[in-house]
Write a protein that binds this ligand. Sequence first.
Ligand code: HEC
Length: 129
Amino acid sequence: MLMICACSQDGKREADKVQEPSSGPSFSQEIQPIFDGNCVACHQAQGASGNLNLEIGTAYGAIVAIKSGESPLSYIAPGKPEQSYLIRKVEGTHVQAGGSGERMPLTGPLDAPSIAKLRDWVKAGAKAD
Ligand code: HEC
């Protein structure tokens, strides 16, 4: 596990430096907002579609290394986008992964930059930051 220490005197600069592509998108800053804007209307505590709750404060624990209901895959397998059912659902390749149902969101595909961001986050280890 990589520990990041922004403890130099020039703290601000150091903090900027750790935002390299290799550290991946931040869950709270970049991933949860995608869920908020595109998924939570259906995937929420009250009658969660597919038994999946993607609300803030709940989503991370509900998807990372948790087996999906529709397929043999986990929703999110850290480091492995191809093995992550949630990624397969938003890319529309879930049936080939042994899953079922529709491509997500039901209301129409996510924009490409959001899909890329989800993928990058998983690839970089699906960190909780
Ligand atoms: C309009 C309602 C709606 C929206 C918006 C929506 N979903 Fe879903 N979702 C469903 C329903 C209904 C199901 C169950 C049927 C199916 O899989 O097609 C489901 C199922 C799923 C599953 C599979 C659950 C399981 O148990 O394996 C995943 C993963 C998922 N959605 C992810 C997402 C993500 C990520 C978003 C946003 C990018 C999203 N959904 C947006 C309605 C929605």
